[in-house]
Design a protein around this ligand. Structure first.
Ligand SMILES: [Zn+2]
Length: 255
């Protein structure tokens, strides 16, 4: 029997293996670690994991996805994922009319038409290769990226503005994110294509300049993977994300 069929926290062996594979998990306090392992166990139990392309179910992968998916909602609760029902894991490439893999290797379920379709189907597609590259502190984290899209779409609109926490100012959020998004577009996707040197000044993947929802998703990856770099580049975005996720990643992070 697979461990996630039972409603139990992630065990010590699975946790230690996950931390080795995804060092971003090592920055948690002991108390955060206990809660993350509990909530990730609940996630694994309630989520339908499906395996395609000849993959066999593997606890190790389920644990990685569950822990990294629950990192963003550690302080705001699993209820944020109530419309997310299924995780579909594919080996590398996956193409149908509704699923695409972009240049960065990120699998998108037709995000352009997404909100409705996503909310209806509640499926997130992840490739095994990208899961393994996530959570290393490089800034890349496909699970946090797709989880951010789920949070964004929690109000039915995939637009880079999730339902905000109590006390947060929607006008301020919009101003901060619009301004940073436009700035990033100038840096990496502007009309006079930035030089390679200028591009290197940004820690953001160019995908973030494609749409406001991509900016929010990539900024969320950086918030958990390279918080100091995010804060250095866009301090106000960092502070809005800290308020939204109710986490401040800096004290525990070494990046
Ligand atoms: Zn995306």
């Amino acid at each position: 029997m697979l461990w996630f069929k039972r409603r139990t926290p992630i065990g010590d062996a699975a946790w230690n293996r996950a931390v080795r594979a995804h060092p971003v998990l090592s920055g948690l306090t002991a108390e955060e670690q206990v809660r993350l392992r509990e909530i990730a166990g609940e996630f694994a139990h309630s989520m339908q994991f499906r395996w395609a392309g000849g993959l066999e179910p593997r606890d190790e992968v389920t644990a990685s996805v569950s822990l990294l998916a629950c990192l963003p909602i550690l302080e705001i609760g699993l209820k944020w994922y109530r419309r997310w029902r299924t995780v579909l894991i594919v080996p590398r490439h996956y193409e149908t009319s509704s699923v695409e893999i972009d240049e960065a290797g990120v699998v998108h379920e037709s995000v352009a038409e997404a909100a409705g379709e996503f909310a209806e189907l509640g499926t997130v597609v992840l490739s095994l290769r990208d899961i393994r590259s996530s959570g290393t502190g490089s800034g890349y984290n496909v699970i946090v990226h797709e989880a951010a899209h789920v949070l964004d779409a929690a109000d039915g609109a995939l637009n880079g503005v999730p339902p905000l926490q109590k006390g947060m100012d929607a006008t301020r959020w919009t101003e901060v994110f619009s301004s940073a998004y436009q700035d990033l577009q100038q840096k990496i996707a502007g009309p006079t294509r930035a030089s390679a040197r200028e591009r290197r000044r940004s820690v953001f993947d160019p995908q973030a300049a494609e749409a406001p929802e991509e900016f929010f998703a990539v900024a969320s990856e950086l918030f958990f993977e390279r918080p100091r770099h995010l804060r250095a580049e866009y301090p106000e975005v960092y502070h809005e994300l800290a308020a939204f996720y109710r986490q401040d990643r800096l004290p525990a992070q070494r990046s």
